[in-house]
Design a protein around this ligand. Structure first.
Ligand code: C2E
Ligand code: MG
Ligand code: MG
Length: 674
């Protein structure tokens, strides 16, 4: 650290200032007065010696004229007796010295410097005075007397010594009398300095300083107090921001980490025996807040916080850990399970959010400590992996962390990366599965099913990569590509002279809710030249789950207006299948394979399927049943009046070239069996 060279403190500076000011002032005043006095005395002496000089000049004038040197000498001797005159010298008019007398020899320079300066007089201690000797109106010579002024000089020096001593005494008195003033000014500043140093060292912004000293220093201290309390307030709000979520007021991820660290440290040592770390994630939150805006998104989150808070026990710790994620620490596995069940049950009813009724659900991921880990970072990661698994499994699911999830997540991340290059790398293809008219055995259309051949991992099923593409955003590009391929292929079959058959394209939630989706469908139709009536969009039930139906309904209505057929895919796998059927403008219902595989289990299951088909017909919709694998199933579905049947019994999905060739054979085979 840079060490500051200490300048004297403010007190020392004041003392120095006072001392110098007093000394200079006293010295200056006394010095000027003494000098005046000295000059005065010198001038007085000069005029008295000058008077004497004139008298003697008159006396020696005749002697000069006559050249009477002894007489001049005698006169000079008389001068020597004059008090204060130490020597005298007479010169003739040519400047030649005629006679001199005195205690000191007169130097030529003394004569020349008869008008010598004040300081010259002081250093010599004598004063030369020259007067002209006049005879008969003209200058006959010059008389130079040298006066002794050493007494004046000593008086001056004595006075000056006294002045210096007096000024030093005055300075001392000045300094002494400035001490109270120093105290008044310097001591509040010292207190302030000490206070600031203490605040800096302790970072305690709660301290205040008692105002003291003059009005100005008092104001200064009040100013400092208010600055420090402003810093304290700002510090508090920064701390609040750093550890709390501004929307919900809940602790944030940083707080959760601190809390979890502490709970892990206490595990078994006075704390609980285990900890359940539970992560909740709002299903489809991104799509919801995109569709309805941030305000509704915020209202959803606040609603969820209320639901979670209702299930909390005092020792639980709830935090908001991400945009749509909450984490809960519970000190007991059993209680954790009850809490999760309570939350799911509370969300079973639709929630009133911002004037709309929304079906909300939470994906829940749980990791149990200490058996899964004792590391905070890992615990957060594990509950994240578990919640991802729950989201992939459907809506409103709960998953507990298991080790294979780590590998799966790595593989998923790899696949997500690979998906980004798969279109450009020509790794996708489209297979087509025939949809047969149950009554006639004619092929009514084909479902386009995407296939991915990964250069390293080989064939990867859509059930694996489509959810990844949905989560990572690649689905829009993949879906667009499939739609274009399917439309072109169907158009090609028409051009080749095949009977007009529909092509059904699967549309995923993320794809459908994207802005511009309807325009993209229109583009695919117009650029391929396929009649709009030959395109069917299969939209799976999960698209609608937890969403307000109005904007979806308007998109579907628009698509229908273009002439596109709409099928509700995987009917019966969600919670609200019937509601969607009555509220959305579908032409076709595609009953999920699970119904077909159960029809031989019990007469009730068979009856259920028959009733669903009848009900869909009652609503004026066409019914297609998927997943028929055997003739028994096929025949039963025909009996139940399913309009179309899709399944391995008709054909597996095949590449376009094979379908072109196999189409008539498939129809012929069915005709024979029928
Ligand atoms: P999906 O739309 O319900 O398609 C029917 C799935 O059932 C296909 O599986 C098909 O091969 C399979 N299937 C048909 N008949 C039978 C049968 O008799 N028995 C059995 N066990 N399975 C049968 P695939 O091709 O693996 O596709 C799975 C799902 O992936 C599709 O279900 C669909 O949701 C999705 N998918 C496929 N292609 C696309 C696509 O291009 N875009 C989107 N968004 N999703 C697609
Ligand atoms: Mg489908
Ligand atoms: Mg399906």
């Amino acid at each position: 650290m840079k060490k500051r060279v200490g300048r004297p403190g403010i007190g020392g500076q004041i003392a120095t200032l006072v001392a110098s000011a007093v000394t200079v002032a006293v010295l200056a005043v006394a010095g000027i007065l003494s000098t005046y006095q000295l000059v005065d005395s010198v001038l007085l002496k000069r005029s008295s010696v000058e008077g004497t000089a004139y008298v003697f000049a008159a006396a020696v004038a005749d002697h000069i004229e006559k050249g009477e040197i002894p007489a001049i000498q005698t006169a000079l001797r008389a001068i020597a007796r004059v008090p204060g005159v130490v020597s005298g010298t007479v010169y003739n008019s040519d400047g030649r010295m005629l006679s001199t007398l005195g205690q000191r020899a007169i130097l030529e320079s003394d004569v020349v410097s008869a008008e010598t300066s004040f300081w010259g007089l002081l250093t010599h201690g004598t004063m030369p005075i020259a007067v002209n000797i006049i005879k008969g109106g003209s200058v006959a010579g010059k008389l130079v007397l040298v006066a002794d002024i050493s007494d004046l000089r000593s008086t001056f020096l004595r006075t000056m010594t006294a002045v210096v001593l007096a000024s030093l005494a005055a300075a001392a008195v000045g300094v002494m009398s400035s001490i109270p003033l120093q105290r008044r000014i310097a001591s509040p500043i010292h207190s302030l300095t000490a206070f600031m140093r203490q605040v800096r060292d302790t970072k305690n912004y709660k301290m205040t300083l008692e105002p003291q000293g003059s009005r100005e220093t008092g104001l200064l201290m009040e100013g400092f107090n208010s600055l420090v309390s402003d810093i304290d307030a700002r510090d508090q709000s920064l701390r609040t921001l750093a550890y709390n979520d501004p929307l919900t007021g809940l602790p944030n991820l940083a707080s959760l980490q601190v809390e979890l660290t502490e709970r892990i440290r206490m595990l078994g040592a006075g704390g609980s025996r285990d900890i359940a770390c539970i992560q909740f994630s709002v299903d489809g939150f991104r799509a919801l807040s995109h569709a309805f805006g941030q305000k509704t998104g915020d209202a959803i989150l606040l609603g969820i916080v209320n639901v979670l808070r209702n299930e909390l026990a005092p020792a639980d710790f709830l935090a908001r850990t991400s945009n749509n994620g909450f984490a809960l620490l519970v000190n007991d596995r059993g209680r954790a399970e009850a809490t999760i069940a309570g939350v799911h049950a509370a969300l079973f009813q639709p929630s009133a959010i911002d004037g709309s009724e929304l079906h909300l659900s939470l994906a829940v991921g749980v990791t149990l400590l200490p058996q899964d880990t004792r590391d905070v970072g890992e615990a957060l990661r594990f509950m994240g992996l578990a919640v991802n698994e729950a989201m992939s499994a459907g809506t409103g699911r709960t998953c507990y962390f298991t080790r294979p999830m780590i590998e799966n997540a790595k593989r998923e991340a790899e696949l997500a990366q690979a998906l980004r290059h798969a279109i450009a790398g020509n790794e996708f293809s489209v297979h087509y599965q025939p949809q047969m008219v149950a009554a006639t055995g004619a092929i009514a259309g084909y479902e386009a099913l995407v296939r991915w051949h990964h250069p390293v991992h080989g064939s990867i099923p859509p059930a694996v990569f489509i959810p990844i593409a949905e989560r990572t955003g690649s689905i829009a590009a993949i879906g667009e590509w499939v739609m274009m391929q399917a439309c072109r292929q169907a158009r090609k079959w028409v051009t080749e002279g095949q009977p007009p058959r529909t092509v059904s394209v699967n549309v995923s939630a993320a794809q459908m809710l994207q802005s511009g989706f309807v325009r993209k469908v229109r583009d695919a139709i117009s650029s391929s030249g396929l009649p709009a009536g030959l395109l069917c969009l299969e939209i799976t039930e999960s698209v609608f789950l937890g969403r307000v139906l109005a904007p979806i309904r308007s998109a579907l209505t628009e698509l229908r207006a273009i002439g596109v057929t709409l099928a509700l895919d995987d009917f019966g796998t969600g919670y609200s299948s019937l509601a969607y059927l009555s509220e959305l403008p579908f032409d076709k219902v595609k009953i999920d394979r699970s119904f077909v595989s159960r029809i031989h289990e019990s007469p009730k299951q068979a009856e259920l399927l028959r009733s669903i088909i009848a009900m869909a017909h009652g609503l004026g919709m066409e019914v297609i049943v998927e997943g028929a694998e055997t003739y028994a199933e096929f025949n039963l579905l025909r009996q139940f009046k399913a309009d179309q049947i899709q399944g391995y019994i008709v054909s597996r999905p095949l590449p376009a070239e094979e379908i072109s060739a196999a189409g008539p054979a498939i129809e012929a085979a069915h005709a024979r069996r029928a």
